[in-house]
Write a protein that binds this ligand. Structure first.
Ligand SMILES: Nc1ncnc2c1ncn2[C@@H]1O[C@H](COP(=O)(O)OP(=O)(O)OP(=O)(O)O)[C@@H](O)[C@H]1O
Length: 228
């Protein structure tokens, strides 16, 4: 079975002054070995969905299972562990720790899960090398370009060899050429056991995915389920 994440009747509402139903009974199965793009107008719920997929936020109702194991959204510690070990997250904004070097930003994520400093440093150096950034290991985020920051963010997301990679507008703040480079790195992460989902406003990058999805009226519509 290639099913990796299954959503059943996932709904999410927010109530401030007025209740808004952002996600409405989403039934969907994401398969491993595939890259999905998620488009949709601003405010359509892409980040809300990614936050639920990354176990950062809870659905109002509905269930989510990973590898056929149902997630208990009240088990914060269990979900923190699951996130560290199985899910790599890449954000649009630079989420690197500004007071730490590129190498530290990457290896801390490995250390947090394994508790093994030397091994985490070794792994971090290897991944940073793969990203072509060995010469930037000792640089602080403020000393890196936007594209380098995103590649370091990808390295950080990869250190625990996650099965699931979620990226929310990973190139939103980059120029087209740099965005292309970052997407190239992202596509190279594809393998048979891995699921990659990214939200984007850019049709060109969305079209490059194996499966193109759009958020419409709180639900996921499959625009193109073709396999590349
Ligand atoms: N914590 C929150 N509290 C209240 N409303 C929220 C919260 N988070 C999101 N929303 C609302 O939910 C809706 C969906 O937001 P979301 O960020 O998921 O959209 P999006 O499709 O990712 O938008 P964008 O493309 O602009 O990033 C918006 O109307 C937003 O204001």
């Amino acid at each position: 079975m290639n099913n990796l994440i299954t959503l059943k009747k996932i709904s999410k509402s927010f109530s401030n002054n007025k209740k808004i139903n952002v996600l409405r009974k989403i039934d969907y199965t994401f398969s491993k070995g595939k890259i999905y793009s998620l488009m949709g107008p601003s405010g359509s719920g892409k980040s809300t969905l990614l936050n639920i997929l990354s176990l950062i936020d809870k659905p109002t109702i509905g269930s989510l299972s990973i590898n056929n194991t149902s997630i208990d959204f009240n088990d914060n510690n269990g979900n923190d562990n699951l996130r560290s070990s199985k899910i790599g997250i890449i954000y649009q904004q630079n989420n690197l720790l500004s007071d730490f070097t590129a190498l530290e930003n990457v290896y801390f994520a490995g250390l947090a899960l394994s508790g093994e400093k030397n091994n985490s440093i070794k792994k971090a150096k290897k991944i940073i090398k793969k990203m072509g950034l060995s010469s930037r290991e000792q640089h602080y985020p403020s000393e890196l370009s936007g594209g380098e920051i995103q590649r370091i963010s990808i390295a950080r997301a990869l250190i625990n060899e996650p099965e699931i990679i979620l990226a929310d507008e990973p190139t939103g703040s980059l120029d087209r050429r740099t965005a292309k480079e970052v997407f190239k790195v992202l596509y190279n992460l594809k393998n048979n056991n891995r699921l990659i989902i990214y939200a984007t406003h850019n049709r060109f990058f969305a079209n490059m995915a194996d499966c193109k999805l759009e958020m419409i009226d709180g639900n996921i519509k499959t625009i193109n389920a073709g396999i590349k």
